[in-house]
Write a protein that binds this ligand. Structure first.
Ligand SMILES: [Zn+2]
Length: 332
């Protein structure tokens, strides 16, 4: 079913897009890691999630430039927005060293991106916990379904419990990265990117802590501790933050505003309508990028859908149609 809806979407979406105006909309995307080559992907040093190769990332950017989107950074939302223009913001979550592969592309097209880095992984050269689970379990022969189940169970624990779990299951050395494919940035690498006109850094908490179910004090501590390093590394207070896993609560938003962030990036797959409000914390929806052929799936995003949301909307439509038929039948 999902495949069919996607295929139909590829045919129908471009027609809709010709009719509808895409202007005054902002699409924000989030990436995690990038792969230099498909061979690096097949080495299983990292959970591939929806990661692209550099070549795919290049195509991705080209597609939106061809469709007359302007690439901006969050601060441009107040100064550079003109009416009847469409915009894209690129973001990279977590702080993988492999994000360095994006820098040449940003330079080539003269476009900005925000890098949301997890400070503890950087200062301790720790692998990201979901990659530790993935690479050890795949090597042990576990199925991807089993790996996802284990990762989902761990997502609900705090970072101390996750640390314990990794040590108990895979040993004290398991958090050591295997290669440049899975390691985080070093502090020196972050500092080397400061002043690059296409790069800015944002807060992704200190411990990659999920923020929707902890006290205000704990939320504040995660933001402040991370900001202390970000200010030291970059000489600048970060304007943006991205919630780990996209999870947040009203408390999270309140604390984020108090701490002084201007832009909070979620993982809700929707477009943003422009102009944004001035003054308060601005919440921005983001689509997750994926490695399918951009010329096919890009039109979903330009309409404000992911193939996944399109499929669930279609299902809901069919269900409501079935329900109406039942009601009519019952009345007869
Ligand atoms: Zn993250």
């Amino acid at each position: 079913m999902r495949g069919l809806v996607e295929k139909l979407g590829y045919l129908i979406n471009p027609m809709f897009l010709n009719l509808s105006s895409e202007n005054n909309q902002l699409l924000a995307f989030y990436f995690h890691g990038l792969f230099e080559t498909m061979r690096h992907k097949s080495m299983n040093h990292i959970d591939p999630q929806q990661n692209m190769t550099v070549a795919q990332f290049d195509e991705f950017v080209e597609y939106f430039l061809d469709n007359n989107y302007a690439f901006i950074c969050p601060e441009d939302l107040h100064s550079k927005i003109s009416k009847d223009q469409r915009y894209v913001i690129l973001t990279f979550d977590d702080g993988y060293f492999n994000n360095m592969l994006a820098i040449d592309i940003l330079k080539k097209y003269k476009i900005p991106a925000v890098f949301f880095i997890t400070i503890r992984n950087i200062i301790e050269n720790r692998s990201f916990w979901w990659d530790v689970i993935y690479k050890f379990r795949i090597r042990q022969g576990h199925s991807i379904e089993k790996v996802r189940k284990e990762q989902n169970m761990l997502k609900l624990l705090n970072y101390k419990k996750i640390d314990e779990y990794l040590i108990n299951n895979f040993g004290a050395d398991s958090i050591k990265p295997w290669s440049d494919i899975d390691r985080p940035f070093t502090e020196t690498e972050v500092r080397s990117l400061v002043g690059n006109p296409y790069v800015s850094f944002g807060n992704h908490t200190f411990n990659h802590t999920i923020l929707n179910d902890i006290s205000r004090d704990e939320i504040k501590k995660e933001f402040d501790e991370s900001n202390r390093y970000l200010v030291d590394f970059t000489g600048k207070f970060p304007a943006s933050l991205a919630f780990p896993n996209g999870y947040y609560s009203n408390d999270t938003l309140k604390v984020a505003e108090e701490v002084g962030f201007k832009y909070a990036f979620t993982a809700e797959p929707r477009k943003n309508t422009l102009p944004v409000n001035n003054g308060e914390l601005i919440r921005l929806n983001r689509f997750m990028a994926n490695p399918k052929k951009i010329r096919n799936y890009g039109s979903f995003y330009r309409l404000g859908y992911t193939p996944g949301t399109l499929n669930s909307n279609f299902k809901r439509f069919i269900d409501s149609f079935k329900l109406q038929k039942t009601i009519v039948r019952n009345k007869q």
